[in-house]
Design a protein around this ligand. Structure first.
Ligand code: SF4
Length: 389
């Protein structure tokens, strides 16, 4: 392995005064059994209009925290943002228009659930400037959908996809594997692709939720086999695995998620949302409490130690197939990678074919991406004291 160059160049544009915005809509029609995200079942008590007003208010209140950064992505996620209704979506887009954001120049994504999709809604979302949809499919198997407690059935997914492709070419689908018995993930993907072809696929491994107790029979022991089938299918379709769980056709990687993986800045607004300011090295969190958010309470801030920052930089960056840039690492921490890590331990990971390293970058191989936790444990075990640098 060659020495790591210490010159500072090629700093990623993603991290230079650029930022994303995340808006969390913490409402769902019904909680799915396996879900750990913060959301509340919608009821007559929940007022979506008042919640949206509060989101817009908080956006205005915290706008200065963006520090005049160029906005490159807006992402409305949840929960189920497709419950918002077009009137509320318009309140949010109006705010951004008044801030001078030109939607056609950025990635503007909204998550939708198949059962909420209708032609007039899609048309309105498109005319409001949303240019990318993320569709929570999760499974295309009736039995699994039922066992997961999903509201949608395969017929809803079919109808949704045939409508979506009329209005959007840029859409992503979410799939979960490692959940549901005797699934044929390749067959499920094949059926989905025969209806509409996405430009991006997120295929997440199921991990049992911590906040709720999910039925035990959900776990599929054969997750690794399923993951391989998904990857083989997508590669055959011309997709690239650009992150542990994410695949896209060339040029259609998620701008928004890349902000997270590149340790970039974003402003997160909504109950349960969090933010990161790269300049200030500051996290901020809204508590998972709708009541707090509606009362303008529950916002806390946290300043990670340098060790925590280094770990997070690697934890996120090594998820990407391109890995981390060593120049960017040095620029950010003002110390070389060698000050923190024993290069011998990395050489072992390279010999074992988990990682590749050169003067520019450290990255995982496909095997390393599959065993990322092992790679991180080995790296962090050998993290040095900072003294001597
Ligand atoms: S998986 Fe999606 S729809 Fe289901 S409870 Fe979680 S956020 Fe809501």
């Amino acid at each position: 392995m060659k020495n790591i160059k210490t010159g500072r160049k090629k700093i990623s544009k993603v991290n230079k005064k650029r930022s994303g915005i995340y808006i969390h809509i913490p409402f769902c029609r019904k909680k799915c059994f396996y879900c750990d995200f913060y959301s509340e079942e919608i009821s007559s008590k929940n007022n979506l209009s008042e919640y949206t007003d509060k989101v817009v208010y908080q956006l205005g209140k915290r706008w200065n925290e963006l520090n005049s950064a160029e906005i490159i992505s807006i992402y409305i996620g949840g929960g189920s943002p497709s419950l918002l209704g077009i009137k509320n979506v318009k309140k949010i887009t109006q705010f951004f228009k008044e801030k001078g954001i030109v939607f056609k120049d950025i990635e503007f994504t909204m998550e939708v659930n198949p059962q909420d999709v209708a032609g007039e809604i899609l048309e309105a979302l498109k005319s409001e400037g949303i240019n990318r949809l993320s569709i929570g499919i999760q499974a295309f198997d009736e039995k699994t959908l039922f066992e997961m407690g999903r509201m949608s059935q395969t017929l809803d997914i079919e109808k949704a996809l045939s409508l979506i492709k009329e209005y959007f070419t840029n859409f992503s689908i979410d799939i979960i594997y490692g959940i549901g018995k005797e699934r044929d993930l390749e067959k499920e993907l094949c059926s989905i692709f025969s209806m509409a072809i996405p430009l991006h696929v997120s295929a997440y491994a199921y991990s049992p939720p911590e906040r709720v107790s999910a039925p035990e029979q959900l776990v599929d022991e054969d997750a690794e086999f399923q993951q391989n089938r998904i990857r083989d299918f997508l590669v055959r379709k011309g997709f690239e695995r650009y992150e542990v769980s994410n695949y896209s056709v060339k040029g259609k990687e998620s701008v928004h998620n890349k902000i997270y993986w590149n340790y970039g800045s974003w402003l997160g607004i909504g109950a349960g949302a969090h933010s990161f300011s790269r300049n200030k090295r500051e996290y901020s969190f809204y508590s998972d409490d709708l009541g707090d958010f509606m009362k303008d309470q529950g916002l806390s801030r946290y300043y990670p130690t340098v060790e925590e920052q280094v770990k997070e930089f690697l934890l996120m960056g090594l998820r990407l197939a391109k890995g981390i840039s060593l120049h960017e690492f040095e620029d950010f921490f003002q110390k070389s990678f060698r000050c923190f890590f024993d290069i011998k331990s990395i050489e072992t990971l390279v010999k074992e074919r988990f990682c590749k390293m050169n003067e520019e970058s450290l990255k995982c191989t496909d095997k390393g991406l599959d065993f990322l936790n092992y790679v991180l444990i080995k790296l962090f075990e050998n993290m040095k004291e900072q003294s001597g640098c």
